[in-house]
Structure formats: C-alpha cells, structure tokens
Design a protein around this ligand. Structure first.
Ligand SMILES: [Ca+2]
Ligand SMILES: [Ca+2]
Length: 263
C-alpha cells in the first residue's frame, strides 16, 4: 500500500470523525482552571463533558482511559511496569423527563501481564441525579448514588454524582474483587433526576462528565479521568515513513471509534 492510499484511508477516517461529531453527541474536553490538575498522579488538566439529548437515544459515548509509564514518571513516584488502560461504552437507551437508562460495557484493556484491576468508575452528572442498576454487572454490582450529589471519589475528583464499584466502595477494596486485566463487564444503569427543568414534558440536556476511573495495581492505586490524549504511537518504528503513517491511521481510526455515535 502506498502513501497515497494510506493518506486516503486517513482522510476518510477523519471525514467520518467529523461527520459523527457533527451529527451526534456533544463531546468536549474542558480545561480545568489554570494551574489546576486532577487525578492520581495529579497530571490531568481537562475533563470530558458529554451532553446527551433525547435525539441521542441509541448513541454511544466511548470512554478511553490510559496511564502510561511515561506519564507516571512525569509525576514522580512509583514506576509503572506498563500502561494501564480501559474502555467503556455508554449507550443511551432512553431519556425521559425524569429517567435516563444507559447500557454500559466496561473492558479492562490492560495487558494481562500486569496485575491491575478496575475498582470503580465515577460520573459527574448535571442536573444532579441518583443512580441504580436495572441490571448489575458480574463485577460491578455496587453503586453509590444517594441524596448527596457530591460523592467521595479518590484522586481529587469533585462533583461525582454516581459511582459504580466492584468491591467495597468508590475508594476500592481487594484487588481480586475488581475487574482484572483482560476482563470485561456489562451492566444497565438507571439515572433519576429532573431532566425536564422547564416542565414542558421533554428532557433538556443530560450531561455526563469526569468519567473518573480507579485502578488498583501491584504497585499501588491510580485514579484518572477519561482524557483526550490518544494512545501514544510506538517509538520503536523500524521504518519511520510507512509505519508512522500506519500509526497515524490507527490513531485516526481509534479516534473515530472513540467518538462514534452508534445508532
Ligand atoms: Ca451533579
Ligand atoms: Ca423540558
């Protein structure tokens, strides 16, 4: 395959990306106020903000999380033996004036060579909402979503409304009770809130934000947001020209997948 063909694929992928963003979910990565960071390691400077409307029923937001050894080294502290990563698809099944239902599929994409379990996922929600499981997961069967809209979540996250957890709570538990590397889980989440603020019978926008995840690993705990950084291109490229293009194409396709609205 020559460079032009690869370029066409890349251009096509970017066109799909632009189209899917224009037609569906509103997705933004909002910068934190200057100088502020979040997470542990505390290196993240923006958080995702995803707006769902009634027109987005059937659409999926794909969250992607990753923390690389280089990022951890940047923050100092214990060195990471490899990248820890996860994906979760949030598919809006229904949205009414007081109820939203999401199918959620969570995958721990960390290499199984690492001991790294997902313990909890925290969501900021606007307007404030309470969560419950219509169907709990095989691992994620705990939920914190009481009358207090400010749940505690490790890593310095503020404004978590609903926290899904696999062990004892949002703050973790035994690593063996979490979703281990290579594992996946599915659940159905119900959110109750006043999604019809102007009482006209139809829901205004429902906003999910933060998408905070907590991992427990053999070298400690890490919490971080779904973030806009795409996975880094491998540095050991024998043929910088062709393979670099392939890498860019893969990143573009990943970006498409991440932003895709599935109907
Ligand atoms: Ca809230
Ligand atoms: Ca309304």
């Amino acid at each position: 395959m020559n460079r032009n063909a690869l370029g066409s694929i890349l251009a096509g992928a970017l066109a799909v990306l632009a189209t899917s963003q224009a037609q569906a979910l509103q997705i933004a990565f909002e910068p934190l106020p200057a100088g502020q960071t979040v997470g542990s390691p505390s290196i993240f400077t923006s958080v995702p903000v995803v707006t769902f409307s009634a027109a987005d029923v059937g659409s999926t937001y794909g969250a992607l999380w990753h923390l690389t050894p280089a990022q951890q080294a940047q923050a100092g502290g214990t060195s990471l033996p490899g990248t820890i990563s996860a994906e979760a698809d949030f598919t809006l099944r229904s949205l009414t004036a007081d109820t939203a239902v999401f199918d959620v599929a969570i995958r721990n994409t960390t290499s199984t060579a690492l001991q790294a379990s997902i313990m909890s996922i925290g969501l900021g929600i606007s307007p404030d909402a309470q969560g419950s499981y219509l169907a709990s997961g095989g691992f994620f069967d705990g939920i914190v979503a009481g009358s207090d809209p400010q749940q505690t979540f490790p890593g310095g996250f503020k404004g978590i409304d609903v926290c899904l957890y696999a062990a004892n709570g949002c703050s973790g538990g035994k690593i063996k009770d979490g979703l281990a590397a290579g594992g996946h889980d599915t659940l159905t989440l119900k959110l109750r809130g006043d999604f019809d603020a102007n009482d006209d019978g139809t829901p205004e926008n429902l906003v999910l934000s933060l998408f905070a995840i907590k991992f427990q690993t053999s070298v400690g705990s890490f919490e971080f947001p779904d973030d806009p950084l795409l996975p880094s291109v491998p540095t050991e490229l024998p043929e910088p020209g062709g393979l670099a293009l392939l890498g860019i194409g893969a990143l573009a396709l990943r970006a498409v997948r991440r932003r895709a609205a599935v109907r």
